[in-house]
Ligand binder design. Structure first.
Ligand code: NAD
Length: 354
């Protein structure tokens, strides 16, 4: 064993009804003028919640955008300045959370996160944004939310076609955490447990969206996945997903769902121990096939074609990936990535290990 463990302290409040603790969390920080940041779809819920903070002057900005184009980031920062916000309540999925972390960092004000999807951004010290058609990122521990409130009741409204891919996005953090160049035994435990919990709860979540036990388990798995994402480096799967999101505008969680089985197949021979753990956690004979079958089972997309990726852009996407390769167990070269993208474009189930 030879590793560095470097996990930031995080305050997490988890449970059905935990949202009622939001005021208390803000009071702990001594703030009075929180700005809620949300996507348009979460506007009403954010407004209702802000109105419960009667002793504070709260406002809502609900124009956060997926992949966080720089222009939307600037608009959110303007809204915070206009409101003279002394804190941010991030209310929603990764789009709202990344926007919140960026604004909080730039203005030097604290963020309390109230996540409503399974993406994991609420516990990571970085955000992604898009500039000139390229997805970029910024990392700084100072952006980490001061508290995270996980209330599974807030996820009941998350539709099945968003819940499933969002959960697969979380599983992707766990999968890559297991073969990260700086993997460590603690994060590997969390990753395996994240895959186990999510792969068992997601099929129930999409079938019975109001099943609170399944929602709680999925949210718990998402928290574990977020901690893995925030602690160890991601590899070729996230590399490809960032290119497809930032340069082709495809939906974030759907991309992760489609690419993940192919990224696992790509790394299969270079990371056999990780694959063994992933397969075991999924209850499958093979990691790549098990991930593909899970996506099918939860009715999530399995091909880039379904997501609207133009087939004639596959080579360009492969080129963008190899121009800025993330560390990966198997060398990242053009022919292999183009083949991976081609298989993902057609939604081909990965073949069994030879
Ligand atoms: P999202 O935040 O864009 O939300 C997807 C859709 O679901 C939106 O329309 C939103 O309004 C809606 N929604 C969210 N919660 C809902 C709920 N409870 N009920 C009903 N509708 C709801 O999607 P996402 O996949 O969570 O986030 C994607 C973004 O997050 C990308 O920009 C990605 O780069 C970023 N991200 C960042 C990190 C990180 O660690 N920095 C991690 C994961 C994702």
């Amino acid at each position: 064993m030879d590793f560095l463990y470097d996990q930031s302290a995080l305050r997490v409040i988890f449970g059905v009804g935990a949202l009622n603790r939001l005021r208390e969390e803000l009071e702990r920080l001594g703030v009075q003028r929180p700005l809620f940041i949300a996507t348009p779809g979460r506007r009403n819920a954010a407004e209702r919640t802000s109105q419960t903070l009667t002793s504070m002057t709260a406002a809502v900005y609900s124009e956060a955008v997926m992949h966080v184009p720089i222009i939307s980031l600037n608009a959110a920062r303007e809204a915070a300045a206009c409101h003279q916000a002394d804190s941010i309540v991030s209310f929603g999925g990764g789009s709202a959370i990344d926007t919140s972390k960026a604004v909080g960092l730039e203005l030097g004000i604290p963020v309390v996160a109230v996540p409503t999807t399974y993406g994991g951004s609420e516990v990571t010290p970085f955000y992604g944004y898009t500039e000139d058609g390229i997805k970029k990122g910024k990392r700084d521990r100072k952006m980490l939310p001061k508290s995270v409130i996980y209330d599974p009741a807030l996820t009941i409204s998350l539709p099945a076609n968003v819940s499933g891919p969002s959960g697969m996005n979380a599983i992707a953090h766990c999968v890559e955490g297991l073969y990260a160049r700086n993997a460590n035994p603690v994060m590997s435990l969390l990753a395996a447990e994240g895959i186990r919990t999510l792969s068992r709860s997601l099929p129930i979540v999409v079938k019975e969206p109001s099943n609170m036990d399944a929602r709680s388990n999925a949210f718990y798995g998402a928290w574990l996945a977020g901690m893995v994402l925030g602690s160890v480096g991601m590899a070729v799967h996230h590399n490809i997903s960032h290119v497809l999101g930032g340069s082709f505008g495809l939906p974030h969680a759907d991309i992760h769902t489609v690419i993940l089985p192919h990224a696992a197949a790509f790394n299969r021979d270079a990371a056999p121990e990780a694959m063994r753990i992933i397969a075991e956690a999924l209850g499958a004979a093979d990691a790549a096939q098990g991930l593909f079958d899970l996506a099918v089972r939860i009715g999530a997309p399995t091909s880039l074609k379904q997501l609207g990726m133009p087939e004639n852009q596959i080579a360009r996407a492969a080129q963008l990936v190899i121009e800025h390769p993330y560390p990966n167990p198997r060398p990242v070269e053009f022919a292999g990535i183009r083949q991976l993208l081609n298989d993902a474009f057609h939604g081909i189930r990965p073949s069994a290990k030879q």
